[in-house]
Design a protein around this ligand. Structure first.
Ligand code: PLP
Length: 401
């Protein structure tokens, strides 16, 4: 049977097994994305949107196709709703810029304790500029948004900005409940899709969100590229974020007029090869059987969670069940710092994972810890990776605890 690993050059010529379980940080690039990047850099490299020669026209066409692929991946109403960014971080900063003009002093931005700093700090900066304030949805003991508390948090909320899936507990957000809350309060809904986008195509129209951001490097594309999707009327309602070439209609010395979205938010030469490669990665993702991949991920996550739950002195942060979650699992071994766990797991057992606060300090505080170890799954992981993780952790515990 053909293995999905054949689609990932990282597994081509291994001298020892690659147990890569740091996919929530960055996943491996898929072959179509790497080939698209190489193809652009060798055969079509030229700037887009301005060239009149064939090479530049090919590059421009490939760039436009990438936007169409991203729109298809998101089920966006039109490609012009897709803004290329450098990643989720720039996407969320741009989202905050687009919406901050709607804020009056005293208004509230509702975030959550589950957020990555990328979905907190941009809103804090916007709140400071507009005299608005921040409020946070609490997190349950099993690492989910406590949406039963929404009603008591509602006063003055104009923007809700939360993660679609947690990079620490793996919890997937119940967007329908948030949508109902936003319908009742008139708030706008922004989703940080940095984690969720790596787990299959999306439908932003069915989700009912207003803005959605994700990074290419977590969904099998290259680094330095990402997407901010927005409802066209919202994108068209705000001034540019960054100024420069390509985002203008007409420039005079005193002032300028601006291009329509998405170009208004794409100042300067874009990451052309990155966008073309991301388009290829998203087409690869759209061609996969995600029902089977989700089943595989649930099965592996279940093994991982059961193994960790059975391990003496191991605490799992977040739910130990496999429902409404992605395969991102955080845990701590008693009396062993997460960094030591991760270093030994790499050097002694060939297992790569992440240790630290995961850019989620408010959540670490909620769980009364400073750092966790985190193992996260992608479609190319298998039972041998999970076995290496669990066996390795037992050995690390014997060595250090
Ligand atoms: C939930 C979440 N949001 C935002 C980000 C930021 O993504 P990037 O660093 O690619 O901009 C990350 C990255 O880890 C993340 O996990």
């Amino acid at each position: 049977m053909r293995s999905i690993r054949q689609d990932f050059p990282a597994f081509d010529r291994l001298e020892r097994p690659l147990h890569f379980l740091d996919n929530a940080a960055t996943s491996q690039i898929c072959r179509p994305a790497l080939e698209a990047l190489l193809g652009f850099e060798t055969e079509d490299r030229s700037n887009v949107k301005r060239g009149v020669y064939a090479r530049a026209e090919r590059a421009s066409a490939a760039f436009d196709d990438a936007r169409k692929s991203a729109a298809a991946f998101l089920n966006a109403a039109r490609p012009e709703e897709v803004v290329f960014t450098s990643g989720a971080t720039l996407g969320l900063n741009t989202a905050a810029h687009i919406l901050e003009h709607r804020l009056e002093p005293g208004d509230v931005i509702l975030v959550s304790l589950l957020e990555h700093h990328s979905n907190l700090v941009p809103w804090q900066l916007a709140a400071e500029r507009r005299g608005a304030s921040m409020r946070a949805i609490p997190v349950t003991d099993d690492g989910r948004l406590d949406l039963d508390r929404l009603d008591e948090l509602a006063k003055g909320v104009k923007i809700v900005a939360v993660t679609h899936a947690s990079n620490v507990t793996g919890a997937v957000t119940d967007v329908q409940r948030l949508r109902a809350f936003c319908d009742a309060t008139g708030a706008l809904l922004v989703l940080d899709g940095a984690q969720r986008a790596a787990h299959g195509p999306l439908d932003v129209q069915a989700l009912g969100c207003d803005l959605y951001a994700f990074s290419g490097h977590k969904c099998f594309g290259p680094t330095g590229i990402g997407v901010l999707w927005g409802r066209y009327d919202l994108l068209d309602s705000a001034p540019p974020f960054l100024g420069g070439g390509e985002m203008i209609r007409r420039v005079n010395i005193e002032r300028s007029t601006y291009a329509p979205p998405p170009h208004r938010y794409e100042a300067g030469t874009p990451p052309i090869g990155g966008a073309i490669a991301l388009g290829a990665a998203l087409r690869w993702a759209m061609a996969q059987d995600w029902t089977a991949l989700e089943e595989q991920e649930r099965e592996l996550a279940g093994r991982m969670l059961d193994g960790l739950a059975a391990m003496p002195g191991c605490r799992v942060y977040g739910s130990t069940g496999t429902q409404a979650r992605i395969g991102v699992v955080s845990f701590e071994l008693e009396d062993v710092h997460a960094h030591d766990v991760c270093q030994l797991m790499d050097s002694d057992h060939g297992v790569m994972m992440r240790g630290g606060h995961h850019c989620a300090q408010p959540l670490m505080e909620r769980f009364d810890t400073v750092a966790t170890a985190r193992a996260s799954l992608a479609p190319y992981n298998d039972a041998a990776d999970v076995a290496a993780l669990l066996d390795g952790l037992l050995a690390v515990r014997r060595k250090l605890a």
